[in-house]
Write a protein that binds this ligand. Structure first.
Ligand code: GLC
Length: 661
């Protein structure tokens, strides 16, 4: 059962797809006050656990910290951070009472979940214009399923998007891409995609190609296709200000860019230098920006990643003026310690400054809306622009699409990757914990930069991260310019990296089948143990093991020098170990704790009691997977319902096949 309470005049975010009638009065649980700010308060019982918040920091159980939904380009994902790139305002309180809350409010929200007072949940929004949904159900899992129906079917990518991908910020020339393509094939490491970061463009201008390196872009796309590679280019939010650049000229002429108070186009610096932001909250501007993706699809491109769409602001002319003024005062006197610190902070906070977000406007159906009031909708609508544009090109075709910034609702248009993580062991764990929370909020096509984006990776870190990445729908190795090269072939004993990625391809029929079932039935692909074993007090607290689909539990290794790890089995399970030589070892284990050895070139998963999973031979790319080589691993006399389809059209005919072991 879902109840909707309306406060003030909410902005229509289009996060939900089902109309729910307004309930009068106040929600059954907690207290709401609405003077100036909106405030919801609830007294948590000792046993209450709180799940949700999608792309957010810390644990699967969110209790014990505070989180702020405010889409932010911050590449330092340290433990004290309260905002990442997405804003996903859905939580489930599970314990004495079970209920979910979704706050459909597009500006900043603070969720204080037992941080200020350990027993108090308080949710604070700056204004009182919002939709407040309360979802009642038997369990956390049941509440999530109801919520997922409310927000509509998750995005479904083409099947090739489940292959492995290599990416790196810094590939510039065709030769850079050819080298990656050659090396992966030379070592027989399966791979389907190479991502193109900003350097393929001319001066970082969206929908252009670097003249020196990519004058014949379509020929290059064809060349790579011959070797079964798809190129996936990046599109950034900011449009470079440059006379003669068609996108810029059209945007200015038609008032498609966000405006300042005085009606001039808002200016912000991102990778290309000064840019304007397409007003993707304005229907016509959204249609216009979305139609530009055709420039690349006409050249054979089948997928995109949308970036910098919080939108990220490095600085604005106003910010530079502010700094100059401070600087003038600073040089005129002998600066004190406080003056120095002040200057340091001013420089640091030049980027993504709150005053900049409060200085530009959107035109929504003729109404002027200040950006900070709807800040969390920008990445969502940029990706919606792309999805709608791609749908215009071919409404029956799936394109690969994901975004950095998002809000609930965007999950219908694309996936997300979790942005600029670091080559840190703790970030494998963060990756593990974030996945089920994202699924709760509808985001299914998800993954992190494997190996870590910032900092220098190590062979061991990459191997362990890839071994977890096998199970994330997006399996992409991506890293920042200037860091240690981390393509798999850069490391010694490259065959061991191949052996790990081989397992991904052996499991694609299962991964795809479970993804599709999750998407088609509004279910979760990643589940916390607490959802599946809700009555097992030990399982409920475990956050470094996950359920994948309906059959599998994983327990990734995420510590340096570990030869294995201790695993808790909440029921009898069958361990399936993929060994380096391609053979598979199985062993039944009793419910309880076990130490499981996992070598660097091995992948271990656990099949739940009475179940089995399909495994095929590995293949160089998704299209070459031989479904005839399929074998079932797991318990005798078990069955598996395999979903499969053509992988590219939107004809999701429920074509399930019952396989028997
Ligand atoms: C941002 C993205 C990163 C990309 C870089 C350059 O930091 O998050 O993935 O490589 O920009 O485009």
């Amino acid at each position: 059962m879902i109840k909707k309470y309306i406060y003030g005049t909410p902005f229509d975010t289009e996060a939900t797809v089902i109309d729910i009638e307004k309930t009068e009065g106040s929600p059954e649980y907690g207290n709401i006050s609405c003077e100036n700010k909106f405030c919801f308060e609830y007294e948590m019982s000792e046993k209450d656990m709180v799940f949700g918040l999608g792309e957010s920091n810390r644990g699967i159980n969110k209790r014990g910290y505070y989180y702020i939904s405010n889409c932010t380009d911050d590449p330092q994902h340290t433990e004290h951070k309260s905002s990442f790139y997405g804003a996903h305002n859905f939580i489930v309180i599970s314990g004495e009472k079970n209920f979910g809350i979704f706050i459909d409010y597009p500006s900043s929200i603070c969720f204080d979940i037992g941080y200020t007072h350990s027993d108090k949940l308080s949710i604070i929004c700056e204004s009182c214009d919002l939709d407040f949904y309360v979802i009642y159900g038997e369990s956390a899992y049941d509440i999530v399923k109801q919520f997922r129906k409310l927000i509509g079917r998750s995005y479904i990518p083409p099947k090739f998007a489940f292959g492995f991908a290599q990416s790196r910020w810094g590939y510039k020339t065709k030769e850079d891409y050819r080298e990656v393509a050659r090396e992966y094939r030379k070592h027989h490491i399966p791979i389907d995609m190479i991502y193109m970061d900003i350097d393929y463009m001319e001066d970082f201008k969206d929908f252009t190609f670097n003249k020196q390196n990519f004058s014949d872009f379509d020929e290059f796309v064809k060349e790579m296709k011959q070797y079964d590679y798809r190129l996936i280019p990046i599109i950034d939010a900011g449009v470079k200000i440059e006379k003669g650049y068609a996108i810029y000229e059209e945007g200015v002429e038609n008032n498609y860019f966000c405006k300042k108070e005085d009606g001039t186009d808002f200016i912000a610096a991102v990778w290309p230098g000064y840019t304007h932001f397409p007003d993707v909250l304005n229907k016509e501007a959204r249609k216009w920006f979305g139609s530009k993706y055709r420039i690349l699809t006409e050249k054979g491109i089948e997928g995109f990643w949308n970036d910098m769409n919080e939108p990220a602001i490095f600085y604005t002319p106003e910010g530079i003026e502010r700094i100059k003024n401070h600087m003038k005062k600073f040089v005129e006197k002998q600066p004190s310690k406080n003056d120095v610190w002040f200057m340091k902070d001013e420089m640091l906070y030049l980027a993504n400054h709150s005053s900049d977000y409060a200085s530009f406007y959107h035109n929504v159906d003729g109404q002027k809306i200040r950006h900070d009031k709807v800040h969390n909708l920008y990445g969502y609508n940029m990706t919606r622009a792309a999805a709608e544009g791609l749908n215009e090109i071919d409404s029956n075709r799936r394109y690969l699409l994901f975004s950095r910034s998002s809000y609930i609702g965007m999950h219908r248009y694309g996936g997300i990757w979790t942005g600029d993580n670091m080559s840190w062991w703790s970030h494998i764990l963060l990756n593990i914990k974030m996945m089920p929370s994202l699924n709760m909020c509808g985001f299914l096509y998800i993954g992190a930069d494997l190996g870590g984006f910032g900092g220098d990776t190590t062979r061991e870190l990459l191997l362990r991260w890839l071994a977890f990445g096998i199970f994330t729908p997006i399996m992409r190795n991506h890293s920042a310019d200037g860091t240690r090269r981390q393509e798999c072939y850069q490391f010694e004993k490259v065959e061991e990296l191949k052996q790990i990625i081989d397992v991904r391809y052996r499991l694609i029929p299962y991964i795809y089948s479970e993804y599709m079932k999750a998407a088609l039935y509004d279910d979760m692909y990643f589940k916390p143990l607490a959802f599946v074993y809700a009555h097992d007090d030990i399982a409920k607290e475990i956050e470094d093991q996950l359920i994948i689909g309906n059959e599998v539990m994983i327990a990734p290794v995420y510590t340096q020098n570990a030869k294995g790890r201790s695993v808790y089995l909440p029921e009898n399970m069958m361990m399936v170990k993929f060994l380096g030589d391609g053979s598979i070892q199985t062993e039944q284990y009793q419910k309880g704790y076990h130490y499981i050895a996992v070598a660097l070139n091995e992948v271990v998963l656990f099949v739940r009691e009475g179940k089995c999973i399909p495994v095929v031979d590995t293949a160089e790319c998704v299209e070459k997977i031989d479904m005839q080589s399929m074998q079932l691993f797991g318990y005798q006399n078990s069955e598996y319902l395999l979903y499969d389809d053509d992988g590219i059209t939107k004809q999701y005919t429920i074509n399930c096949k019952l396989l028997k072991k």
